[in-house]
Each structure stands twice: as C-alpha cells, then as structure tokens.
Design a protein around this ligand. Structure first.
Ligand code: HEC
Length: 142
C-alpha cells in the first residue's frame, strides 16, 4: 500500500511539472523549428536541389555535396547562398570550379528557413533554428 502511495505521488509530480509554462514554451519552440524545417525543405528542393541534389550529395565533380564542416559556419553559409562564389572551392578534398550563383532575392524569413533546414539536415549537429534577426544582421553588415 505504501508503495502505491509513493508511485501515485511521483506520478502527480510528473504531471504537474509537465504542465508548467516552461514546457509549453518548449513545445511552441519545437513547432516553430518544425515550421522552418518544412518550409526550408521546400525552398531547398526548388532552388538548390537541381545542382546539389535532393539528398545533398552533389553531382559528379561539378556540384559539391552540402558539407557539414562548411555548414557549421552559419555566416559563411548565409554569405554563399546570398552572394554566391566565383572562386574554386575545395569540398571534401575535391576542387569545384563552377560558380555558385547568388540568391539575394530570398526574404530574410526564406533564408532563415533554408539555412535552418541545411543545418538540421547536413551539419551533423543538433537542429537549431537560425533566426531572421541573424539573417538581417548579416545582410546589413556583409
Ligand atoms: C547552378 C548550380 C548551383 C545551385 C542552383 C546552387 N549551388 Fe550551391 N554550389 C554550387 C557550386 C558549383 C559550389 C562550389 C562553389 C564554387 O566552386 O564556387 C556550391 C557551393 C555551395 C556551398 C558551400 C560548399 C558546400 O558544398 O557545402 C553551399 C553551402 C551551397 N552551395 C548551398 C547552396 C544552396 C543552399 C543553394 C540553394 C539556394 C545552392 N547552393 C544552389 C552550385 C550551385
């Protein structure tokens, strides 16, 4: 009987803590992250996958795979998406010489969603939302 009381008490504490406000904040953060991931995937598939492919593995020696090391530098990632790159770039030991086109027509939100998706999918790190503020700051101080 005593054991049952202990178990019931523990359950009620568990219920109480799972209903407090910080966990509902976390839930809304997760929803926001998921929205960014869904939108980011759509943007990637319509603007990037023709070169880098849907699976991000790139194409032959023409277009590089989306690279985890490169992605860990959010600033460099946003810069190459916005401004492109004309100089040869070595990714995973292979040199790519075709230019990467710039995409400065994206809105701050689209860039935030896209870079959030790239980071979550190919950085090898835990997913995190890249905010529109980060994008805005970089655009204002390139
Ligand atoms: C016309 C083909 C093409 C398109 C479209 C394109 N890229 Fe690239 N991308 C390249 C090439 C080529 C490079 C290698 C850079 C160089 O040689 O200048 C590159 C490099 C990169 C890199 C850095 C290196 C790496 O492989 O991680 C990232 C990140 C990247 N692209 C992301 C994107 C994203 C995101 C989009 C969509 C908005 C996109 N690219 C659209 C061709 C393309």
């Amino acid at each position: 009987m005593r054991l049952l009381q202990v178990v019931l008490f523990a359950l009620s504490i568990g219920l109480w803590t799972s209903c407090n406000s910080s966990s509902s904040e976390n839930a809304s953060k997760d929803i926001r992250l998921n929205q960014y991931l869904i939108e980011g995937k759509k943007i990637y598939e319509s603007h990037c996958a023709n070169c880098h492919q849907v699976d991000g593995k790139g194409f032959a020696r023409l277009y590089p795979p989306i690279d985890s090391v490169f992605l860990r530098d959010t600033t460099a990632t946003l810069q190459i998406i916005l401004m492109g790159n004309k100089n040869p770039l070595t990714v995973k030991g292979i040199e790519y010489t075709l230019p990467m086109p710039g995409h400065d027509f994206f809105t701050d939100l689209e860039l935030a969603e896209l870079s959030t998706y790239l980071y979550a999918t190919w950085s090898g790190q835990k997913a995190q939302r890249i905010s529109t503020e980060t994008v805005k700051t970089l655009r204002e101080n390139p």
